[in-house]
Design a protein around this ligand. Structure first.
Ligand code: ADP
Length: 201
């Protein structure tokens, strides 16, 4: 098994790269998705969050009120740490479970938006960073995702900067150009991954 950590700033095109790698045969493990699953209604994860933050973080129908919780932890490192202490171990355990089911020859891609921010570089055989300038990313978030400019800038500012992310990279995909320039690069990375996986066998 070859384990790749995939990351990139918001709007870099990380999800696009994940989708392509998965279409080539990678087993994709999406940490954002798992982070939502482990706090769905009825889970021990949600019970732990309510025990820590109070029933005020629930919607009327008993689901997690994400904007509300986001408002509590955003800009408060202590509260964010408390939330991460609940969610991160659950995400790690579920990811490990999914990985264990992937098979010995699998190339497993962990899609982790905050890989660098959360100091997770050492957890993978290789780290792939999807890189794009702030201007490109802002433009995509506003034009393609319909985000307000200020919201997009705030989200970008809350993440690691470009240099910090690049410093953690074993492989880099430059995605400032059009999608037609992205695909051949992902192809090339896939070739590299399959070669490494074969060499490790
Ligand atoms: P991330 O997961 O890094 O936040 P996405 O992969 O969702 O970013 O990309 C943000 C948006 O930009 C999406 O609508 C995506 O389809 C688009 N996109 C990604 N790469 C390119 C590119 N090279 N050219 C044009 N649009 C792109």
């Amino acid at each position: 098994m070859l384990r790749l950590g995939l990351t990139g700033g918001i709007g870099s095109g990380k999800s696009e790269v994940a989708r392509l790698l998965s279409s080539y045969g990678a087993v994709l493990i999406d940490s954002d998705r798992i982070a939502r699953e482990v706090v769905e209604p009825g889970t021990p994860g949600l019970a732990a969050v309510v025990a820590e933050f109070g029933p005020g973080v629930l919607t009327a129908d008993g689901a997690l009120d994400r904007p509300k919780l986001g408002g509590i932890v955003f800009g408060d490192p202590g509260r964010l740490k408390a939330l991460n202490a609940i969610v991160h171990p659950l995400v790690r355990a579920r990811s490990a479970e999914l990985e264990a089911g992937a098979g010995q020859d699998a190339i497993v891609v962990h899609d982790v938006p905050l890989l660098v921010e959360n100091g997770m570089t050492g957890l993978f055989d290789l780290v792939l960073v999807v890189d794009a300038s702030s201007e490109t990313r802002l433009d995509r978030l506003v034009k393609r995702r319909g985000m307000e400019r200020d919201e997009a800038l705030a989200r970008m500012a809350a993440q690691a900067d470009r240099d910090e992310r690049l410093a953690a990279a074993d492989l880099v995909i430059a995605n400032d150009g059009p999608l037609e320039k992205l695909k051949p690069q992902v192809n090339e990375v896939w070739r590299e991954l399959t070669a490494r996986a074969a060499a490790g066998r």
